[in-house]
Design a protein around this ligand. Structure first.
Ligand code: PLP
Length: 366
């Protein structure tokens, strides 16, 4: 038993098998095609509980063709990054928020519980082992992808009696590139990303496979991402796989940074939470979780009350939005002109924390 009383594996039991064929190090501006030398795997079964965690050479998994993740999408993941600071120290950004979100998702997927701190320590050990893979550039980082899947060898639709928790690492380049211009979004209510009572507020793999078709339709309309709308009133919910923020003068004439509330259809982003906490600490404008509809956005645009719209997520951190295609109209959003600097100011403050320039208890040293 771990401290929290949850039967769990323990980092102290880690077994490490080193790779005898380390690969040449490179990073991947395209995201997610280059992997480091090692991976962490932890097996679970209903009869025997958790096995000892294992770090071993990166390689293929062997899965039974009937395994439940392949048939019924009993599968979930997380995404976080480790950053190399100016001081050459490696830092994780608020990793316990990812651990608790992963636990919540596992519960929703009927996968077994684990001790979050023990898991984080195993991840830290993996990163430590593959630390030379963390890019030295100021824009690069090492992406950490914890994954959890049902591996029971049965076609029965039921709780998986076997599961595999594993972690792989990818060196990645920068997503936030102020030169890259502003994101264009396709807003059409014909597809729904998430619904009340569904799984949109959990990082389940199935949510993302289901979104692809709409993503390609957005591309057919010349847009980069989908702006996911919800309900009869076309509520603005998320942009692609990012949370969304509107910085504007609201209906009451107040300067406000607004994002939709966590009411079951919004993924509780670590970046989202950090942006709200950071800007609330500044105390310079109202920071609100509230419903935002397309008609509110359209009238605010007409009255020139919109300052900025941006998406947030670990991959890109902050991504400014420049256009929204809605009901045949291409709405222009002010983006990266001299008067719209909030996105870059937030991005800089978060980056300064991640790179250790601003001391913060939001980082965990590897
Ligand atoms: C992961 C994710 C986000 C962003 O979460 P972060 O913790 O900030 O990376 C936002 N929306 C969706 C749908 C996501 O899957």
């Amino acid at each position: 038993m771990a401290d929290g009383g949850i039967p769990s594996f323990k980092a102290a039991d880690l077994v490490i098998e080193l790779s005898s064929t380390p690969k040449p190090k490179r990073d991947d501006p395209a995201f997610g095609n280059v992997f480091t030398d090692h991976m962490l795997t932890i097996e679970w079964s209903a009869s025997e509980g958790w096995q000892a965690p294992l770090i071993k050479p990166f390689g293929n998994l062997s899965l039974h063709p009937a395994c439940s993740s392949l048939h019924y999408a009993i599968q979930l993941f997380e995404g976080l990054k480790v950053y190399r600071g100016d001081d050459n120290q490696l830092r994780l950004f608020r990793p316990m928020l990812n651990m608790s979100r992963m636990s919540n998702t596992a519960e929703r997927a009927c996968l077994p519980a684990f001790d979050q701190s023990e898991f984080l320590e195993c991840i830290r050990r993996l990163v430590e082992l593959d630390q030379d893979w963390v890019p030295h550039s100021d824009s690069g980082s090492l992406y950490i992808r914890p994954t959890f899947l049902g591996t029971e060898q049965s076609l029965g639709v039921k709780k998986a009696a076997n599961a595999l928790l594993y972690v792989i690492l990818c060196p990645v380049g920068s997503y936030y590139n102020s030169e890259a211009g502003c994101l264009s979004l396709w807003a059409d209510p014909k597809y729904t990303r998430a619904w009340k009572g569904g799984t949109g507020n959990f990082k389940m793999g199935g949510n993302y496979g289901c979104s692809l078709f709409a993503q390609y339709e957005a591309a057919d309309h010349g847009c980069q991402q989908v702006l996911w709308l919800y309900g009869e009133d076309h509520q603005i919910t998320e942009a692609g796989t990012m949370n969304i923020f509107l910085y504007w003068i609201n209906e009451d004439g107040e300067e406000e940074l607004a994002t939709p509330p966590l009411d079951g259809i919004i993924l509780p982003g670590v970046t989202r939470q950090s942006i709200m906490e950071l800007t609330r600490k500044w105390g310079e404008f109202k920071v609100t979780e509230r419903y935002l509809t397309m008609s509110q956005l359209c009238s605010a645009l007409k009255q020139l009350r919109v300052k900025e719209v941006f998406g947030s997520g670990t991959a890109c951190m902050i991504c400014p939005v420049g256009h929204i295609l809605y009901q045949g109209e291409n709405l222009h959003i002010p983006c990266q002109d001299k008067n719209s600097q909030l996105a870059s100011r937030i991005a800089k403050e978060l980056m300064d924390i991640q790179r250790g320039r601003t001391p913060s208890d939001w980082t965990l040293m590897v």
